[in-house]
Design a protein around this ligand. Structure first.
Ligand code: SF4
Length: 372
C-alpha cells in the first residue's frame, strides 16, 4: 500500500495514505485535495477505495423522470427549466397523465423508480402528490417513488400551512420511498444569496433532510459546483453533508455535478460563461469518494451533465454508480446541453467498455440483475 503511495509522489500523499488506512479526513484535508492538481493520484486512491466496497461492479437504475410542473416562484438564476405562473409555456402534469407515463415506462423499460421533481408551484396542494404516489403504489408496487427534494417539501408545507415534518409523514404514508438530494447546490448562504436568493437556506435543507431520515425516508445528497462558489465553500458544503450523515445515516449516495450555464440567467448576466470541464469533474468525483469513505458508500458519475464519455472516466476515479436511464428528463434538456435519456443497453455497453461489470439496482441500491 505504501509502495503505491510512494509511487504517486503527490502533494497530497499524506492525505491519500491516511485515506487508504481508513482514517477519517477533515476540512483542511478536503481543501488541500480540492486545491491539488494531482487528479490522477487522487483518482487512483479513490478507485482503490471504491473497489474495496464494490469490486468492479457499476450499478445503474431503469427509471422515469417525471418533471411534473415547470411553474415556479423561486426563479433560481442557474435554472433554464422554470416558467413563472401564467406563462404561456407553463405546465402541470395531471395525476392521470402521471400514472399513464409511469405505466408506459413500466411496460417499455421495466422501470424500478420514478424520480419526480418539479418547480415550486403555489397552486399544488399536498393532495396532488398523495394522489400520484398512492396511484403508483396501487398499480405498480415494484416501482419506487423517489420524489421531491427539500425545497419542494418546504413549498408544500407553505401551501398547506403545515410543518415540513408533517408533510413528510403524510407523503411517506402515501408511498414516498426516498427523496432526491436536489436543491443543496452549495450549502452556503452567501452562495445561495447570489444564485438562488428565494430558495430555502442551507440550514433548512439540512433540517428537512434530517427530518426525512428520522422518519425512515432515506435520500441522496448532491452538490452543484462550478459557478460562483469558492473552494472553501465547496469543502464546507461537503463537510456539512458528512456531519449530518454521522448523525442520521440517511444518505444513500452522493452526486457531485457541474453547473451547466447554457440558457440560464447566470450566463446572461456574465456570472458564469462555461461549464467547469472534465478535469474538475474527475477531481470532484475522486475527492468525494476519498472524503466520504466509510460514510456514504455510493458516488454517482454525472453522465447527464458531462456526457457518457466523461461518466465512463469517472468510473475509474471513484464513482460506482452510473445513475439512471432518465426517461422523460426535461430539466437539463432545457439547457440544450445534450441528449438526456439513455437506454439500458447503452449504459451496459458504456460500463463494459471501461472494463467494469454492469449491474442493475433498485431504488435502495440493492443489486437485482447482473449483466455478465
Ligand atoms: S431550480 Fe427548481 S426551484 Fe429553482 S427555479 Fe428551477 S424549478 Fe424553481
Amino acid at each position: 500500500m505504501s509502495g503505491t503511495i510512494m509511487a504517486l509522489k503527490s502533494d497530497v500523499e499524506d492525505i491519500l495514505l491516511r485515506a487508504l488506512q481508513g482514517e477519517p479526513l477533515g476540512y483542511d484535508d478536503c481543501i488541500r485535495l480540492m486545491r491539488s492538481r494531482d487528479v490522477n493520484a487522487m483518482g487512483k486512491v479513490a478507485n482503490i477505495l471504491k473497489e474495496r466496497l464494490h469490486g468492479r461492479r457499476v450499478s445503474f437504475i431503469n427509471n422515469l423522470i417525471l418533471n411534473y410542473t415547470n411553474i415556479c416562484i423561486t426563479y433560481c438564476k442557474f435554472c433554464a427549466f422554470y416558467r413563472p405562473p401564467r406563462h404561456s409555456e407553463g405546465y402541470t402534469v395531471s395525476v392521470e397523465e402521471c400514472i399513464r407515463r409511469v405505466g408506459t415506462a413500466k411496460a417499455l423499460f421495466n422501470i424500478r423508480q420514478v424520480l419526480m421533481q418539479g418547480g415550486h408551484n403555489p397552486d399544488l396542494g399536498i393532495e396532488y402528490y398523495e394522489s400520484v404516489f398512492r396511484a403508483i403504489k396501487a398499480r405498480f408496487p415494484d416501482v419506487a417513488v423517489h420524489a421531491l427534494s427539500p425545497s419542494e417539501i418546504d413549498m408544500i408545507a407553505r401551501v398547506e400551512r403545515s410543518s415540513t415534518r408533517e408533510v413528510l409523514a403524510r407523503l411517506k404514508d402515501a408511498g414516498l420511498d426516498s427523496i432526491p438530494g436536489g436543491g443543496a447546490e452549495i450549502l452556503d448562504d452567501e452562495v445561495k444569496s447570489v444564485i438562488s436568493p428565494l430558495k430555502i437556506r442551507s440550514d433548512e435543507w439540512l433540517r428537512i433532510m434530517e427530518e426525512a431520515h428520522m422518519l425512515g425516508i432515506p435520500s441522496s445528497a448532491t452538490m452543484m459546483y462550478g459557478h460562483v462558489e469558492s473552494i472553501e465553500q465547496r469543502a464546507r458544503s461537503l463537510m456539512r453533508i458528512m456531519e449530518l450523515q454521522k448523525r442520521s445515516g440517511g444518505f444513500m449516495a452522493f452526486i457531485p455535478w457541474n453547473f451547466e450555464p447554457n440558457n440560464t440567467e447566470m450566463q446572461r448576466e456574465g456570472l458564469v460563461r462555461y461549464p467547469s470541464g472534465g478535469m474538475e469533474l474527475l477531481k470532484m468525483i475522486s475527492v468525494s469518494r476519498i472524503m466520504l469513505n466509510g460514510l456514504i458508500d455510493h458516488v454517482q458519475s454525472s453522465w447527464l451533465t458531462n456526457g457518457v464519455g466523461m461518466a465512463q472516466l469517472a468510473l475509474h476515479y471513484g464513482a460506482d454508480d452510473f445513475g439512471g436511464t432518465l426517461h422523460g428528463e426535461e430539466v437539463v434538456s432545457a439547457t440544450g446541453a445534450r441528449a438526456t435519456t439513455l437506454t439500458e443497453e447503452r449504459i451496459v455497453s458504456a460500463i463494459r467498455q471501461v472494463g467494469m461489470r454492469a449491474v442493475e439496482r433498485d431504488n435502495m441500491y440493492n443489486i437485482i440483475r447482473y449483466f455478465d
